[in-house]
Design a binder for this molecule. Structure first.
Ligand SMILES: [Zn+2]
Length: 249
């Protein structure tokens, strides 16, 4: 088995779908290939998170199915991305990792028998896909040629940065070190339309550091605000803002 072949076995290995001799060969390869080590760790975690690897007893033919699916998404080996610009390479690698993780989940679901397990894998893939889309949109705003940034100190030692792109008509709020909202409450973001607050979505209450793409277009808003609202959010602010930030000119 060539090294190029070994690079493609991360998914099957994470699923315990390799026969003994190939597993041994792959484990030797892992010792000298950091890219495969990283990918295997990530795929194993994905499979574990989906509760798949442990319960999926590979049925005959599963391994071939896994390998077929993985080789269709995996056109290049890790560490040999040939595109000239590093940013594109990273992007490709990330997309490929997701595709590979999705394949692992699908293949594991094929090996399992329970319908709920398949459904769970699909839900997880859907979530992963949405998260990926959201991250792409955030990245697009942050890397827009006309992106403008303003930062502010927030209550309790937290800091906030807002990035606005006029060409994309979108804004991203980056929070760092924000205290969790009180129990049963959420942080809600608002666009400031000349004093009228327009809902721009909710922050993730579980995270103190996060990047949030504000819901909706900037549409001439002069700034943004954050309020504490009941779970699910409010149509209009029901409390004094914990932060107000002017958008950069
Ligand atoms: Zn490798």
């Amino acid at each position: 088995m060539t090294t190029a072949d070994l690079h493609t076995l991360t998914g099957a290995y994470a699923l315990h779908a390799l026969p003994d001799d190939e597993r041994a060969a792959f484990e030797r390869h892992l010792a000298e290939c950091p890219a495969c080590r990283d990918e295997t760790a990530e795929l194993t975690a994905t499979a574990a998170r989906l509760g798949l690897a442990a319960s999926a007893v590979p049925r005959p033919g599963l391994r071939d199915e896994v390998l077929r699916r993985i080789t269709t998404v995996r056109q290049e080996s890790p560490g040999t991305v040939r595109t000239g610009r590093p940013a594109r390479g990273r992007r490709w690698q990330r997309a490929s990792r997701w595709a590979l993780a999705a394949c692992v989940a699908v293949a594991a679901a094929l090996g399992g028998t329970a319908v709920w397990q398949h459904q769970r894998a699909q839900d997880a893939n859907e979530q992963a896909r949405r998260a990926e889309q959201n991250n792409d949109r955030i990245a697009a705003v942050l890397s827009a040629p006309d992106a403008r940034t303003a930062s502010a100190k927030l209550a309790g030692g937290a800091s906030g940065t807002v990035v606005v792109s006029g060409s994309q008509d979108r804004a991203v709020f980056l929070a760092s070190g924000m205290a969790h909202p009180p129990r049963g409450k959420v942080y809600q973001l608002w666009f400031d339309d000349a004093g009228t607050m327009r809902s721009a979505g909710l922050m993730d209450s579980a995270r103190t550091d996060q990047a949030v793409l504000l819901d909706g277009g900037v549409d001439g808003a002069s700034g943004m605000g954050i309020t504490v609202e009941p779970a699910g959010g409010s149509a209009h602010p029901t409390s004094a803002p914990v932060a107000l930030m002017k958008f950069p000119a």
